[in-house]
Design a protein around this ligand. Structure first.
Ligand SMILES: NC(=O)c1ccc[n+]([C@@H]2O[C@H](COP(=O)([O-])OP(=O)(O)OC[C@H]3O[C@@H](n4cnc5c(N)ncnc54)[C@H](O)[C@@H]3O)[C@@H](O)[C@H]2O)c1
Length: 266
C-alpha cells in the first residue's frame, strides 16, 4: 500500500519500539537527530534536525506516509519547543505535501487537552486546553493536520497519547496507560484504515479507569487489548490518598498542570 514510510523520532523510546514492526510491513525510512542504530536490511536511516527545513524536505522525499514522532517530549523552554516541535512539525507537514504523501500520523499528547477536568470523559471533539508549551506545540500539530487535510486532502490522525510505556508507572497511568502493542495497533490502523480523513484519537489501552472516549473514531477499528488494571494492586499498595483539588489530580495533564512541571515524560 505504501512505497515508503518516514518515521521521525526513530531514536526515541517509541520510535525504537515501532521501527522493527513497521519495517516488517513497509519500506521504512527512519530519521532522528540522534543515532537511530544500525539500519535493518532495506531500511534507510537519515540523521536530521527537524528544524532544518531543507533537510526535512529531503527526508520526506519519496515517502507517501509519515509517522511524525520526533519532538521534545517533555516540557521545556519555549525557544527549544518552538524549534523542534513547532517549526519542526511545520517542516514535516510541508515536506509531506511536497512529497505528495497520502497520510501523516502525528504523535500528539494528552497534554494538548491537559486542563480539561479528569472526570469530564472528553472525546475527539474536546477543545484544546494545553497544560504546557509542550502541550501547545502538540495542539499546533493538530491544527496543522486539520489544515493540510482540508486544504490539500492529506489524511491525518493526531494521537493524543496518554502514558506509553511497557507497564503503567503510577496511579494516574492506571487511567492513561497505552501499552506498546496497543500503540502499534493504533499506528497500523491509522495507516491501513480505509477512511482516515482527519481524526483525533486518544492513545489509551482498554483500561477500566480510562479517561477518554474514542467513540467518534471507532471506524478506525482500533481495539486495544491491554488493561492497566492488572497492575493496580501493585501500584496502589503504598499509594497515599489524593487531594481532589490538587491540579495534578483534578486535571487530565497531572503534574504538567502544576506551575513548575518536573521534567518527566507522560
Ligand atoms: N511516551 C509517551 O508516553 C508519550 C506520551 C504522549 C506523547 N508522546 C509523543 O510521542 C513521541 C515519541 O515519544 P517518546 O516517548 O519516544 O519520546 P523520546 O523523547 O524518547 O523520543 C523523541 C525523539 O525525538 C527526537 N528529537 C527531538 N528533537 C528533535 C529535533 N529537533 N530533530 C530531530 N529529532 C528530534 C529525539 O532525539 C528523540 O529520539 C513524541 O512526539 C512525544 O511527544 C509520547
Amino acid at each position: 500500500m505504501y512505497k515508503r514510510i518516514l518515521l521521525t523520532g526513530a531514536a526515541g523510546m517509541l520510535g525504537q519500539y515501532l521501527r522493527p514492526h513497521l519495517h516488517k510491513r513497509w519500506p521504512l525510512r527512519s530519521c532522528d537527530v540522534k543515532p537511530v542504530g544500525k539500519p535493518m536490511k532495506g531500511e534507510e536511516v537519515v540523521t536530521c534536525d527537524l528544524s532544518d527545513r531543507a533537510a526535512v524536505f529531503k527526508a520526506t522525499r519519496g515517502c507517501d506516509a509519515v509517522l511524525h514522532f520526533g519532538a521534545i517530549s517533555i516540557e521545556s523552554d519555549f525557544d527549544q519547543i518552538l524549534q523542534a516541535n513547532i517549526v519542526g512539525t511545520y517542516n514535516v507537514f510541508e515536506g509531506a505535501r511536497r512529497a505528495r504523501a497520502k497520510r501523516v500520523i502525528h504523535a500528539s499528547s494528552n497534554h494538548a487537552v491537559g486542563y480539561h477536568l479528569r472526570d469530564a470523559f472528553i472525546d475527539s471533539d474536546a477543545q484544546p486546553r494545553p497544560d504546557t508549551y509542550y502541550g501547545v506545540s502538540k495542539s499546533f500539530g493538530e491544527s496543522l493536520g486539520s489544515m493540510y487535510w482540508s486544504k490539500y486532502g492529506i489524511e491525518h490522525a493526531s494521537l493524543r497519547i496518554g502514558t506509553c510505556r511497557a507497564e503503567p508507572i503510577d496511579r494516574r497511568s492506571l487511567s492513561t496507560w497505552l501499552s506498546l502493542p496497543d500503540l502499534l495497533q493504533l499506528v497500523v490502523r491509522c495507516l491501513e484504515a480505509e477512511r482516515l480523513g482527519y481524526a483525533i484519537v486518544y492513545g489509551q489501552s482498554n483500561n477500566d479507569r480510562a479517561l477518554w472516549d474514542n467513540g467518534k473514531v471507532s471506524h478506525l477499528g482500533f481495539r486495544p487489548q491491554d488493561n492497566a488494571e492488572e497492575y493496580a494492586d501493585r501500584l496502589l499498595k503504598n499509594a497515599k490518598p489524593e487531594d481532589p483539588e490538587d491540579p495534578a489530580v483534578k486535571y487530565i495533564g497531572g503534574v504538567f498542570c502544576t506551575k513548575k512541571p518536573p521534567m518527566w515524560k507522560g
